[in-house]
Design a protein around this ligand. Sequence first.
Ligand SMILES: NC(=O)c1ccc[n+]([C@@H]2O[C@H](COP(=O)([O-])OP(=O)(O)OC[C@H]3O[C@@H](n4cnc5c(N)ncnc54)[C@H](OP(=O)(O)O)[C@@H]3O)[C@@H](O)[C@H]2O)c1
Length: 320
Amino acid sequence: MVRVGILGTARIARAFFADPLEGVEISAVASRTPERANQFADEFRISKRYGSYDALVADPEIDALYIPLPQHLHHEYVLKSARAGKHVLVEKPAALTVAELKQMLSECRQHRRVFMEAFMYRFMKLHQRAKEIVRTGTIGELRYIDFNFGFNILVRGFSGFRTERANGGGALYDLGIYGLDFIWYMTEGVPQLLQAFTHRAHPDEVDLFTHAVYKAGPAVVTMTCAFNTDANYYILSGEKGSIASPVGISGRKMSNTLRIHLLEGDKKYEEEFPPTNPYKAELEYFARCIEQAEEPFLGGANSLRNMELLEELLKNASVI
Ligand SMILES: NC(=O)c1ccc[n+]([C@@H]2O[C@H](COP(=O)([O-])OP(=O)(O)OC[C@H]3O[C@@H](n4cnc5c(N)ncnc54)[C@H](OP(=O)(O)O)[C@@H]3O)[C@@H](O)[C@H]2O)c1
């Protein structure tokens, strides 16, 4: 049984408690505020609670830490965790720069700790099925991908680190990182940046909207992430057909559907996927990697190629 501690009482950490876990136990939580740690621990029946992150990092009875802290703290706490002998499951984006990430990976390697980035959508059956359809050539060679991930934080009234430049704010870090991961996942080709622009109308100059065009293998890809729209969908178009996810990768709480169109015989049909809990699958997979001393498919190499793309995009995007 892998014993996991959670750093912070993040909203997203609640997702692990929706279903019973197998092979892994959440044994401790830490908050900057002891009352919040107690409240969270009581609500989810977690035995240990700490009023500081460092106290949990130092707990010898904890094997691994889940790090759902604001983006700018991922670097510091992955380093601390690895140095304290803990495996790490860190929320996306794993780091803010390639240099930070390289240091984190080197520290995890040196201490022989598993490093994994929490891309929960990779554990959703819907996207696994889309990938399978692409991989088996059912829709022919991929020619065009349109990926959109929007979460209108302005209308929803979100504030905090997502709109704070110093804390890794902006749509690209929060949502675009999924798009970059998605390009690799679906095309398996090296994405070549053709064009990018970003809209920084926010007072703290975080990007509210970033759009990039890539060439990846034989496909052209458009990737859009936004804090000022709620557009969520993806379309994968091949020479022989197409697949669409009308809720993009944000459909974890809805009934999920893939719309498939095959040109041969002009077949149009839908595949339905009952909602499952990708967070449970993600945490259980992380624990199996620890038990079996296995490199996760969402390990350092995957994070590094995403972060290299993100850094290139940030450097080259025209500000509009
Ligand atoms: N995989 C997914 O589906 C998914 C979805 C949403 C978010 N995320 C990622 O998960 C992480 C957390 O996102 P969230 O929306 O869950 O955030 P959140 O609810 O605001 O939680 C962040 C936690 O970090 C702690 N914290 C430490 N320093 C902080 C600071 N300066 N400002 C705010 N909080 C601070 C707080 O815990 P204490 O006050 O208890 O110390 C807080 O509860 C981010 O990296 C985000 O990108 C992933």
